[in-house]
Design a protein around this ligand. Structure first.
Ligand code: GLC
Length: 556
C-alpha cells in the first residue's frame, strides 16, 4: 500500500537569498525581496520554499559557515521580517524549510571562539582539536574539500582543528552529547517558530571514524573521505534527532547525500522504523557531463544520465521517495550543461519534463524556471566560489595548463548558479536599485521573468503548467516507473502507471532528427498529448521524427 503524505505531493522552490531579489537597495538579495515575490513563487504552483542558509555568516562559503544558528543575517533582514515571510508563505499554502548546517560552524561562531581559549574550556570538545607533530605535521593526512589539508594549526593551543571544508568551517564533534543537544535546540527553535522542516547539509558527514585514522593512500583530492562519509554513528545521531525533536512536529527532512548508492540511501530513507530522513539528495545524475565534480568536464552522455535516473527511480521503489532536481546553488545551469543555449526554450522545457514527471518530490532552483544560463567571467578574480578556487589550485598542481584549467573553472563553478535572478529588462535586471553584489548575466534583456509572464509559450509558463498538472494527476505522483529505449543515445522515454492511467514522456536530448516509435502496446492515437515544446505535433505510423530537443507528454 502506498503511504501517501504531503511531502510526496508537494514541489519546492529553492531560494539562494543573496541573489534572489533586493528589497532595500543595498545590492544584496534579502527577505524583503522575498516578501515582495511570494505571489510570484506561489504562482509557479509550488507548495514549499527551501532557503539556503540565511543565518549570520562571515560568508567564507556564502552562508554555509554559520556564526549564529538562531538569527537572520543582517544583510537579509531580521527575525521579524523572516516571520513575515513565514506567515506570508503559510497564508498562501506554502511550507518553509530551512537549511540545517551542522557538520561545521563558522570559525567566528562563539562556540569555536570559546573552544580556542583553552583545553579546559567547556566548548573545547565541541570541535575536533588534536595534537600533531608540533606545527609541522597535522594529526592525519585528510584533505579538506575546499582548502588544502583538513587541519589548521593553532599556536596558542599547540593543537590542530579539523575542517572538512574551508578553514573557516571547523567540523563539529557530534560525538559530544552537548553538541547534539545544541542541534536539537536549533531544530526546536525554528520548528517552534513555525518552520516546516529542514534540508540537512552534508548530513552524511557528521560522524567520523574513531581515532581519525590517516588514509592508506594519499589521493590528489578528498583523501580520508571514507572515514567520514556515512560514518559509524550517523544513523544513530539522526535517529536521536528524530526521536527527540522531529517526531513531535509535522515536518519533513531532506538530507544531502554526497555520492552514494541507492542501497546506502535506503539505509536512511526506507520507510519503516529505521527511517531517519524523508528524502535524500542524490548526485549521480548530475555527473552525466563530468567526473566526480562539475569541475572536470566530459561530453554529456544521455545514457549515463538515464542510467542514474532509472537506478534511483527503481532502487527507491516502492518504499522510499526520491528528491528530484536538476539545479541548485552548487551546480552550473542545466540548459548550459544538458540542454542547448541555442535551443534554450525548447531544451529548457524538455529538461523540465525529463524530471518533473518522475516519481519523487521536484525541486526548482531560482532562475531555472526562466531558463537562466551560465555566465562566463573573464578573470579568475571575478569569481567568488571557494570550491572552484580549490579545484583550480589542485588542477594546476597536477600540471594542467592554465588556459584549460580556467575554462574548466568557468564552466564548472557554482557561481554560474549564483548570479542575480533576472526579473525584468530594467537596470540590473530589476534585481536591485543599487549596485549588485555579483554581476548580473548580460543576457537579461532577453531572459527575464517579466517578459515570460505574458508569453503563453514561455518556459516560465511551462513550469507553471507542468507543476499544476503534476498536482492534478496522481499518476505523476504515485505512478510506478518504466523506462523505454534504454540504449538510445538521443531519447529518454519513460512511462508512469497508476491504475488505468498512463503517462508517457518522450524527451529528445539532441538537435538531430531522430525517429521515435511508440513502445509495443502503446497506441499514441489513444492518448492525449498534454505537453510539447513545438506547434503542430503529428503522429505518423505510431511515432514521429523529433525536432531539436523535442519533448512530448501523452496521457492515456
Ligand atoms: C553543501 C552545500 C554547499 C556547501 C557545502 C559545505 O554541499 O550545498 O553549498 O558549500 O555543503 O557546507
Amino acid at each position: 500500500m502506498e503511504n501517501k503524505t504531503w511531502y510526496k505531493e508537494m514541489s519546492v522552490y529553492q531560494i539562494w537569498c543573496r541573489s534572489f531579489c533586493d528589497g532595500n537597495g543595498d545590492g544584496i538579495g534579502d527577505l524583503w525581496g522575498v516578501l515582495s515575490k511570494l505571489d510570484y513563487i506561489k504562482s509557479l504552483g509550488v507548495d514549499g520554499i527551501w532557503f539556503s542558509p540565511i543565518y549570520p555568516s562571515p560568508n567564507a562559503d556564502y552562508g554555509y559557515d554559520i556564526s549564529d544558528y538562531k538569527n537572520i543575517h543582517p544583510d537579509f533582514g531580521n527575525l521579524e521580517v523572516f516571520k513575515q515571510v513565514l506567515d506570508g508563505a503559510h497564508e498562501r499554502g506554502m511550507r518553509v524549510f530551512m537549511d540545517l548546517v551542522i557538520n561545521h560552524t563558522s570559525d567566528e561562531h562563539p562556540w569555536f571562539i570559546e573552544s580556542k581559549k583553552g583545553k579546559d574550556n567547556p566548548y573545547h570538545d565541541y570541535y575536533f582539536w588534536r595534537k600533531g607533530k608540533g606545527k609541522k605535521r597535522p594529526p592525519n593526512n585528510w584533505d579538506s574539500l575546499f582548502e588544502g589539508g583538513a587541519w589548521e594549526y593553532d599556536e596558542g593551543l599547540d593543537e590542530w582543528y579539523l575542517h572538512i571544508f574551508s578553514k573557516k568551517q571547523p567540523d563539529l564533534n557530534m560525538d559530544n552529547p552537548k553538541v547534539r543537544e545544541e542541534v536539537k535546540s536549533i531544530m526546536r527553535f525554528w520548528l517552534d517558530m513555525g518552520v516546516d522542516g529542514f534540508r540537512e547539509d552534508v548530513i552524511t558527514y557528521i560522524s567520523k571514524v574513531d581515532g581519525l585514522p590517516s588514509a592508506k593512500v594519499k589521493l590528489p583530492a578528498a583523501t580520508g573521505m571514507q572515514y567520514y562519509a556515512d560514518g559509524p554513528r550517523v544513523h544513530e545521531y539522526l535517529a536521536e534527532f528524530k526521536r527527540d525533536v522531529l517526531d513531535f512536529y509535522d515536518c519533513f527532512t531532506v538530507g544531502e547525500g554526497s555520492l552514494m548508492s541507492t542501497n546506502t540511501a535506503l539505509g536512511y530513507v526506507q520507510e519503516g522504523e529505521n527511517q531517519v530522513l524523508n528524502m535524500m539528495i542524490s548526485f549521480s545524475h548530475m555527473q552525466a557531463d563530468c567526473l566526480v565534480t562539475d569541475f572536470i568536464q566530459r561530453p554529456f552522455s544521455l545514457t549515463k544520465l538515464k542510467k542514474s535516473l532509472s537506478e534511483w527511480q527503481n532502487g527507491l521503489y516502492p518504499n522510499a521517495w526520491n528528491c528530484l532536481y536538476l539545479e541548485n546553488h552548487d551546480h552550473p545551469r542545466i540548459i548550459s550543461r544538458y540542454g542547448s543555449e541555442k535551443y534554450r526554450v525548447e531544451s529548457g522545457k524538455m529538461l523540465a519534463a525529463s524530471y518533473l514527471f518522475l516519481r519523487g518530490t521536484p525541486f526548482v532552483y531560482q532562475g531555472q524556471e526562466i531558463g537562466m544560463l551560465n555566465n562566463y567571467l573573464p578573470n579568475l578574480e571575478d569569481y567568488r566560489d571557494i570550491m572552484m578556487k580549490n579545484n583550480y589550485r589542485i588542477a594546476r598542481k597536477l600540471g594542467l595548463p592554465k588556459k584549460k584549467v580556467f575554462e574548466m573553472a568557468q564552466k564548472g563553478t557554482r557561481d554560474n548558479a549564483r548570479t542575480p535572478v533576472q526579473w525584468s529588462n530594467e537596470k540590473n535586471a530589476g534585481f536591485t536599485e543599487g549596485t549588485p553584489w555579483f554581476g548580473v548575466n548580460p543576457n537579461y534583456p532577453e531572459i527575464n521573468a517579466e517578459s515570460q509572464l505574458e508569453d503563453e509559450n514561455s518556459l516560465l509558463n511551462f513550469y507553471r503548467k507542468a507543476l499544476e498538472f503534476r498536482k492534478e494527476n496522481e499518476v505523476c505522483i504515485y505512478g510506478d516507473y518504466k523506462e523505454h529505449l534504454k540504449n538510445s543515445k538521443d531519447l529518454y522515454v519513460y512511462e508512469r502507471n497508476l491504475g488505468e492511467r498512463k503517462l508517457l514522456v518522450i524527451c529528445s536530448f539532441t538537435e538531430k532528427t531522430v525517429r521515435f516509435d511508440a513502445p509495443e502496446g502503446i497506441d499514441l492515437d489513444e492518448g492525449k498529448q498534454v505537453f510539447g515544446n513545438y506547434e503542430s505535433c503529428f503522429v505518423i505510423g505510431n511515432g514521429f521524427t523529433t525536432r531539436p530537443y523535442e519533448m512530448r507528454v501523452y496521457l492515456f
